[in-house]
Design a protein around this ligand. Structure first.
Ligand SMILES: NC(=O)c1ccc[n+]([C@@H]2O[C@H](COP(=O)([O-])OP(=O)(O)OC[C@H]3O[C@@H](n4cnc5c(N)ncnc54)[C@H](O)[C@@H]3O)[C@@H](O)[C@H]2O)c1
Length: 387
């Protein structure tokens, strides 16, 4: 029986994926004895992990609440659920584009200010103010999308459907992602050029040491005057004082963000949402189901898919084999090492890979594994059987 602890509220649809081989516990008061943890946004950096912890799955995309490297050093595989909430974020971005183009935030506030007015002609009176909120259409405008992953691709394709000219910026885009992009999306290699051409900018790149503060005064100075800037990715990507300067100078006419900070809340030129991007029933179900399946596949079969600190390795379902899962550090050839460690066994399948300095090898055998050789490069070994 594996114990799985939940931090945050995890969708029942995800918890229902776990079979009778799992005990689900609320981890708010401690996660000791757990083989897996399901988490959403709770910060785990200061948490203590005991030896039983094998895996953490983040029901969502961003993993900056999890100490990835110290987990890797302890042989704890961390998963996320790429793409599971992408449609939810895309739909909110489409909503934000329409909101910005048609001044909906101000127009709705204007209308609501008439609450309690007893006039028989309220409709006409409200309508008298409408010229102040006259907007523009999205069709024919240019948007640049920074980050062409699960969300960015959907945003690009939705913007194409809205009749917009779409520029994509992502120096690391892979072939599978590129193939999912509408053919009309123009890839731009220079962020400053994308900004200079765009009426709208939408960020969909991760918060990393290399991207935090990327939208600083220098880069923002290239933006087309009056552009509308959408950030449904992470607040850290933006140098906030540079954004405020850009708003005050009119370089950016409106900043729509999913992340509240003291500096921007309440500004006339900012629309700030309470991190609503993935807050749909469907996204929460999708993320939790994917997270549960990733943990079960790892614990039962040894397969790693969608990990953020270990490579993808998949031998399919375990069947009636014995499997040995080997986590390594500073070993460029984990498969060779695993084969050498169990050279006296009848190995029926083997796979493995590295990710940075960490590696993983999974081998299948018909033999019993009674002893595990000690090797300095090996951080953790698990023997899996279906018994
Ligand atoms: N508002 C919300 O509720 C919400 C919900 C989900 C995700 N997010 C945020 O959205 C981000 C993107 O999510 P996703 O699912 O599309 O992730 P993803 O990993 O599928 O895509 C991220 C893309 O960014 C690209 N990238 C990395 N560094 C870059 C750089 N310097 N310049 C341009 N592109 C770069 C990557 O190559 C990748 O294609 C997440 O990291 C998260 O911070 C927010």
């Amino acid at each position: 029986m594996y114990k799985i602890s939940t931090l945050n509220k995890i969708s029942p649809a995800g918890l229902a994926r776990f079979t009778d081989a799992y005990e689900i516990a609320d981890g708010t008061n401690g996660i000791d004895g757990s083989a897996g943890v399901l988490v959403r946004s709770q910060a785990m950096h200061d948490m203590k992990f005991d030896e039983s912890l094998l895996s953490i799955a983040r029901a969502g995309a961003g993993v900056n609440n999890i100490p990835l490297e110290s987990c890797a050093d302890r042989g704890i595989v961390v998963f996320n659920t790429p793409g599971a909430n992408a449609n939810a974020v895309k739909e909110l971005v489409v909503g934000a584009l329409v909101l910005a183009a048609r001044n909906l935030d101000k127009a709705i506030a204007w209308t609501n200010a008439f609450a309690g007015n007893e006039s028989d002609n309220i409709g006409k009176e409200v309508e008298k103010g409408k010229s102040k909120f006259a907007g523009s259409e999205l069709k024919g405008k240019t948007i640049s999308v920074f980050g062409l992953g699960a969300i960015g691709i959907l945003v690009c394709n939705a913007a194409v459907d809205l009749g917009m000219n779409v520029i994509g910026y992502d120096p690391y885009i892979g072939v599978p992602s590129a193939l999912r992009l509408d053919a009309s999306v123009k890839i731009e290699a220079k962020p400053e050029v994308a900004l200079a051409k765009s009426d709208y900018v939408s960020l969909h790149l991760p918060s990393l040491p290399s991207t935090n503060g990327m939208f600083n005064a220098e880069l923002l100075s290239n933006i087309k005057p009056g552009a509308i800037f959408l950030n449904f990715s992470r607040d850290k990507l933006i140098d906030e004082s540079a954004m405020i300067d850009a708003l005050e100078s009119g370089k950016v006419s409106k900043y729509i963000t999913d992340f509240a900070t003291n500096g921007i809340i309440g500004r006339e030129d900012v629309v700030c949402m309470p991190h609503l991007g993935a807050s749909t029933e469907e996204a929460e179900d999708n993320c939790a189901m994917m997270a549960a399946e990733e943990i079960m596949d790892y614990l039962e079969n040894g397969n790693i898919k969608n990990s953020v600190n270990f490579p993808t390795v998949n031998l399919g379902p375990i069947g009636n084999q014995t499997r040995v899962a080997i986590i390594t550090k500073n070993e460029p050839y984990p498969v060779k090492l695993a084969a050498a460690m169990f050279a006296d066994k009848n190995i029926t399948a083997i796979a493995g890979a590295t990710r940075g300095e960490y590696g993983y090898a999974l081998l299948a055998t018909d033999d019993n594994i009674a002893e595990i050789p000690k090797v300095p490069e090996v951080l953790r070994v698990r023997v899996l059987t279906t018994d």
